[in-house]
Design a protein around this ligand. Structure first.
Ligand SMILES: O=C(O)CCC(=O)C(=O)O
Ligand SMILES: [Fe+2]
Length: 327
């Protein structure tokens, strides 16, 4: 097999159905091979975040964001839960958030693990646990081909068991990827309050039938966890509301894909709610690309309006037009 001709170019190398044959083409050293094997097997892997300036960055981020989040970071007895809880895309104003998101070692590693160039497109900074139900990120932001998306969760302090640690279901990335059709709903034109809520019953059923355990990440400050697009993860219950759980999540996409929001799409009808993505690393726009060609107009992947109209309405309009035109 020549490296320039992968058998499955439309599947991330690290999630390839022939992973054991692909691992040698990924140009990984021994430590990186262990990372790849864990990610392939478990859907997540823990690493030490590769940044010599990390402690300083964390101090500055916490100092900058705590007032915006209404948190008194120095007062250990104050209640931390119940506030804003998160800041999305703080990279726009906070250079250390951006530096963490665009860490070149992480970008290089992800690019070799996935076989396409990685770029960050969204950051989330949390001062406390999210207490979010288990979900996959692939229902929030997906790609064509699928699975070219991942998250990197960075612990910005030692995480206490009472602070609502990140949790996840090892191996769940190998379960079916959820889409609207599987759970009997239409996505296009819908605007559900939550992208993930419609899928909760289905995930709960999978977890129950698989009898799959949930694990918690009692991270040390500076550890990071990479998760695959289809890994079930969330935030466990925070039992001590006075604790912080400072963390940053960066979400990554990969070059030459179509980027879309599955919750509002019907893939099998070609109706994709396309995203206009910009790389946080260099501010370049990332065009939606399918098999090397740009998909520039979101409408070009929707069926004609005529087919979207209910049959009776269509018949009525057709009749009206033929009466007017005499046709
Ligand atoms: O930090 C957490 O509790 C989960 C965050 C998460 O699900 C995400 O950012 O995708
Ligand atoms: Fe998530």
């Amino acid at each position: 097999m020549k490296p320039e001709h992968p058998i499955f170019p439309g599947v991330p190398l690290v999630e390839s159905p022939i992973f054991s044959a692909e691992i040698d083409r990924m140009q990984l050293d021994d430590r990186e091979k262990e990372i790849a094997i864990a990610l392939n097997r478990d859907g997540y892997v823990v690493i030490d975040f590769p940044d010599p300036d990390l402690d300083g960055r964390i101090d500055r981020i916490r100092a900058d964001l705590a007032p915006q989040l209404g948190i008194d970071d120095s007062d250990h007895s104050s209640i931390k839960q119940g506030g804003i809880g998160r800041i999305q895309d703080a990279w726009k104003t906070q250079p250390d958030v951006k530096a963490i998101a665009a860490n070149p070692v992480i970008l290089d590693l992800l690019s070799r693990l996935y076989g396409r160039s990685a770029f960050p497109f969204q950051t989330l900074n949390f001062p406390v646990g999210t207490q979010q139900d288990l979900h996959t990120d692939s229902v929030h932001f997906s790609s064509v081909p699928p699975r070219f998306m991942c998250g990197v969760w960075l612990a910005m302090e030692d995480i206490h068991d009472d602070a609502g640690p990140l949790n996840y279901v090892p191996g769940s990335h190998k379960w079916p990827m959820m889409d609207n059709c599987m759970i009997g709903r239409r996505g296009a034109d819908s605007r559900p309050e939550s992208a993930q809520l419609p899928f909760h019953d289905a995930w709960a059923a999978l977890i129950s039938v698989q009898n799959a355990p949930t694990e918690r990440f009692l991270a040390r400050k500076g550890q990071a966890l990479i998760w695959c697009a289809n890994l079930l993860h969330g935030g466990s219950v925070q039992t001590d509301p006075r604790r912080t759980r400072w963390s940053q999540v960066t979400h990554y996409y990969f070059d030459d894909c179509v980027y879309y929001t599955p919750a509002h799409s019907d893939e099998y009808l070609g109706r994709l709610d396309l995203r206009q993505i910009v790389s946080i690393a260099d501010m370049t726009s990332k065009p939606n690309i399918y098999q090397g060609a740009a998909v520039s107009d979101p409408k070009s992947v929707r069926p004609p309006l005529r087919n979207a109209l209910p049959h009776r309405l269509r018949r009525g309009i057709t009749g009206l037009i033929s009466r007017i035109t005499g046709g």
